[in-house]
Design a protein around this ligand. Structure first.
Ligand SMILES: Cc1cc2nc3c(=O)[nH]c(=O)nc-3n(C[C@H](O)[C@H](O)[C@H](O)COP(=O)(O)O)c2cc1C
Length: 195
């Protein structure tokens, strides 16, 4: 299967630091790797409803936001969550997209878990703080979500910046972006499963 990257942009503003960093990293991908970019703010998902114990989920029609996101997710070998750090974790737009994974796991005919197993999740985030460890909750959310689905996890590319464009001054982050997607992405493990 040819590699196909889905970039899920979770910022609440266009052209922010996270997207800039994601575009730096994506620029290094070989030309034959397909890229799809979706700004969640331009495709707002309806409030997530937990139907797990009430009724079956139905597959969302392709012409809805949920249908677009589901089809794009299933088609991707690599999913890049490009979310700014909001309150030490992913943004609300991003969290809602991840909440929908729970619905897709239970949608008859989708086979979400089997399809996602073996694929790769990556994270890219911008944060105002200079201390990278404050993003540990975001890293944990993505790592554990990948582990839950049997995915590989390529880690999280972090960049510093507050106002849009600030991340251009984080030269270390720009350097890391150049090789980010070239890294080996091991099978994700929950922290308690690590040796
Ligand atoms: C709602 C909100 C919450 C934020 N929470 C944090 C945070 O917990 N830690 C941090 O370092 N920066 C935080 N920031 C700053 C953003 O992470 C920072 O401005 C980042 O560059 C935004 O990325 P963007 O330009 O891609 O939107 C927050 C910003 C907003 C709007």
């Amino acid at each position: 299967m040819n590699r196909r990257f889905l970039f899920v942009l979770g910022s609440s503003r266009p052209d922010g630091n996270t997207e800039l960093l994601a575009r730096e990293a994506a620029a290094q991908l070989p030309a034959e790797v397909e890229q799809q970019w979706i700004r969640l703010a331009e495709h707002p998902l309806p409030d997530f409803v937990d139907l797990r114990h009430d009724s079956d989920h139905v597959r969302p029609p392709a012409d809805t936001t949920a249908g677009l996101l589901l089809d794009s997710t299933l088609a991707a070998t690599d999913i890049v969550i490009a979310s700014p750090l909001y309150w030490y974790s992913v943004s609300g737009h991003t969290k809602r997209y991840l909440d929908y994974w729970s619905a897709w796991l239970r949608t008859p005919g989708v086979d979400f878990k089997a399809t996602m197993a073996g694929r790769t999740l990556w994270g890219i985030t911008a944060l105002a703080d200079r201390e990278p460890s404050v993003a540990d909750p975001l890293v944990g959310t993505l790592n554990n979500s990948a582990a839950y689905l049997g995915m590989h996890f390529g880690g999280v590319l972090l960049g510093s910046g507050s106002a849009p464009g600030d991340v251009r001054e984080d030269t270390d982050a720009l350097t890391r972006a150049k090789t980010f997607f070239a890294q080996e992405a091991p099978l994700a493990r929950f922290p308690h499963q690590r040796a």
